[in-house]
Design a protein around this ligand. Structure first.
Ligand SMILES: [Zn+2]
Ligand SMILES: [Zn+2]
Ligand SMILES: [Zn+2]
Ligand SMILES: [Zn+2]
Ligand SMILES: [Zn+2]
Ligand SMILES: [Zn+2]
Length: 500
């Protein structure tokens, strides 16, 4: 039996070696390793980070209660959460080093990890003990190494199957580590070409990082110029479809006022491009209204189509822009005397197809009564003579052709005169057609004398574009000419002004 002094010497000796090992590990893992001396032994804890190798991932799938026993395939559409991460939450190891460690007594070990089940953890602990039994020497460093590769030591499945709660925890940990890495790293900003620390950058969801200042300036400019299509990740490496910043990104970079303006512009654009959207005829509203049938739709009965304003809920007929009168009732004639004359003229000089449309919309009796009242009985008989069989889609017969034909068949002497009148009327209509346009909102005939192509209707005060006859937003009618590459009238505000 050795003397007590000898035992103490042995223990002290080992304690010094333990101290050496522990200090080394503390230096390597300053924030993840700690230990203390308690009664007669060292007690310590380490958190071992488990990171996928470069180019590898941890694939995580959540358990589905309905599919017990069957392991889901990664990416299978089962409504389960499927994750790919690089950084797993750490494995915690608690150990004690008794006085006989490292040479004669084994250390004790206990593992904890939320995403590995108990059986696998106990089996791994046994492997760690075996490793010491083989070496009978300082083993902590090897242990931490083994735990970093716990995927193979604990024989974990790929994908790893976990509960929903744990999947969220894994996701959040991975995100935290990546954000911390990002904040420390230097990035070249593709806008100003400076090297910027991640903590001063904003990284868009596509992964490209810029100085927050550069990105704010760039996006503000795009919105102020109405170039919504250019509001995207400015990196040329953003392929194939450059990332469009999402709402939180824009609010963060631009503040609420500009982000709201962007949202408003975007809605406006998508509505303008939507053929099922018409504009509310109430002058104080002019909001977008939804209409299922489109203009010229064969399902549309007698010109009437129901549209309901998204803003004021007014239901109106898109044929006459009045309150909805049902699909069977005809449209009422417009009140404006000038528009009534136009309409009568349109009928009197119209081709058969055009007249048929007007008859369907307003009723044959009503429209003919209007023509008589506005243009006299002659206009009706002229019209009936002049367009019995013609069709605007066929090459048009000229009035002279008709006249010659009529003379040869020796028709009544009044007819050539009538045909001459209708030809003259058509000439007038042609001139009107070329020199005036109808307000897209209230159908008033507007003549453009001078000025730019942004017109304002004198009847309904609506703004519209002379070139494409689109109704323009009251809040910003000029945006139509400004937005390069998106509106076909961009840059054409003064087109043709000198010629009129
Ligand atoms: Zn920059
Ligand atoms: Zn990008
Ligand atoms: Zn409205
Ligand atoms: Zn109507
Ligand atoms: Zn108008
Ligand atoms: Zn236009």
């Amino acid at each position: 039996m050795p003397a007590i002094a000898e035992i103490e010497a042995v223990a002290t000796n080992h304690l010094a070696e333990q101290q050496e090992e522990l200090l080394a590990l503390e230096a390597i893992y300053p924030d993840r390793f700690n230990y203390r001396y308690h009664i007669d032994r060292n007690i310590g804890t380490a958190h071992v980070f488990v990171v996928a190798e470069d180019g590898e991932w941890w694939n995580i799938v959540t358990r589905n209660a309905d599919r017990k026993g069957k392991e889901p395939e990664l990416g299978e559409a089962t409504g389960e959460m499927v994750l790919q991460v690089r950084h797993m939450p750490p494995v915690r190891i608690d150990f004690t080093l008794p006085p006989g460690y490292p040479y004669s007594t084994p250390p004790t070990v206990r593992l904890e990890c939320e995403w590995i089940d108990d059986d696998a953890l106990r089996a791994t602990e046994a492997l760690l003990r075996d490793a010491w039994a083989k070496e009978r020497d300082m083993i902590l460093f090897s242990w931490l190494d083994m735990l970093a590769d716990i995927r193979s030591f604990a024989q974990l499945t790929d994908p790893l199957i976990v509960s929903n709660e744990i999947a969220w925890s894994i996701r959040s940990f991975d995100q935290m580590v990546r954000e911390a890495d990002f904040a420390r790293t230097l990035y070249p900003c593709p806008v100003c070409m400076e090297e910027v620390r991640g903590s001063d950058c904003l990284r868009l969801a596509c992964g490209h990082a810029f100085c927050a200042g550069c990105l704010t300036g760039y996006f503000s400019l795009m919105i102020q110029e109405g170039r919504l299509a250019s509001l995207q990740c400015p990196s040329i490496e953003c392929q194939p479809e450059p990332h469009k910043p999402d709402e939180p990104e824009l609010r963060y970079l631009l503040g609420d006022a500009l982000a709201d303006r962007y949202a408003q512009l975007q809605t406006q654009r998508s509505l303008e491009a939507d053929p099922t959207i018409v504009w509310c005829p109430r002058p104080t509203c002019q909001g977008p209204a939804h209409c299922d049938a489109t203009v010229g739709d064969p399902n549309r009965r007698n010109g009437a189509m129901l549209a309901v304003c998204n803003q004021c809920y007014y239901s109106f007929c898109t044929g006459c822009n009045r309150g909805w009168h049902g699909p069977v009732s005809k449209c009422r004639l417009p009140d404006d005397a000038g528009i009534q004359v136009d309409l009568a003229d349109e009928y009197a000089s119209g081709y058969q197809e055009e007249r048929r449309k007007l008859e369907q919309q307003y009723g044959r009796h009503t429209i003919r009564k209007l023509v008589r009242a506005q243009l006299g009985d002659d206009a009706i008989s002229d019209a009936d003579d002049g367009c019995d069989d013609d069709d605007p889609r066929k090459p048009r017969k000229t009035a002279t052709d008709n006249a010659v034909q009529e003379n040869e068949t020796a028709a009544s002497s009044a007819r050539p005169r009538r045909i001459g009148r209708i030809a003259a009327r058509r000439e007038t209509r042609k001139w009107i057609h070329e020199n005036t346009k109808r307000c897209p909102q209230c159908r008033s005939q507007i003549q453009k004398w001078h000025g730019c192509n942004r017109m304002q209707c004198f009847v309904c005060k609506g703004h519209f574009c002379w070139l494409c006859l689109k109704l323009l937003p009251i809040t910003d009618p000029y945006s139509h000419y400004r937005s390069q590459g998106e509106s076909k009238c961009a840059g054409l505000l003064f087109l043709g002004v000198d010629e009129t």
